[in-house]
Design a binder for this molecule. Sequence first.
Ligand code: ZN
Ligand code: ZN
Length: 250
Amino acid sequence: MYLREKCYDIHELAKSNLHVHTSFSGCAKPEMRMKDMVRRAGELGLEMVAITDHFNDPATPILEKNLCDRFVLENYRDDVKTKFLFGAELSAVGVGKYLDSDEVNAKLDYRLYAANHYHLDMWEQPEEKSPRGYAEHTIKVLTALILSHRADCIAHPCIGGYVHALGDDKGSLTRAITDNELGDLLSLARDNNVAWEINEGEAIEFADFSERFWNIGKEVGVVFHFGTDAHTLQNMDTFKNMSVLEKIFK
Ligand SMILES: [Zn+2]
Ligand SMILES: [Zn+2]
């Protein structure tokens, strides 16, 4: 379990990368081997890295995998000072529906939850496949997730990037969520010690929403975490797009 202090300085937040995949995740590059990732984290001077491989199947041996990664870290760390968390990108596949067991959940260092991988077959879809339909479904899934106390942080929150039904206008989902609804959701997370991820790529792609989310989040007093959702060694770098991020997260 890990939760940062409240911090509204994007440079400070980006000193840690709390969303990194190893090659255990099918979508990550084969170069994402623990030994090389440790070296890369050291080169980048990252304070903290969270290993968050996908958990899209209840049979995923995530604890055993994390144990192996931890062993490699301890053997190849040399003088690398980066602190590593061994967690997972867990799946909230519907309202109150999770793929991880309570036992697995309790043993992870860091529980980052995706609630919007709507492109996957097992994900629950709203009856009404409109922007507002998805917005309401997203709010219900996140409300249940926050109240379940299973999550430390929510990955790429609310973003409609994975919703095929929205066609080319993926931003329509977040535009269909009102400021009041966003405020309520952010406050609920604050009261239940759940952080919100600033996901580098999604934040830039959905800059208008990111700015709105950041401003309401600051006002409400939530905790933000930063992650690049790295699937390559190159993308472990949290500062490569800082000039763009600075304009969004002011
Ligand atoms: Zn994801
Ligand atoms: Zn991810």
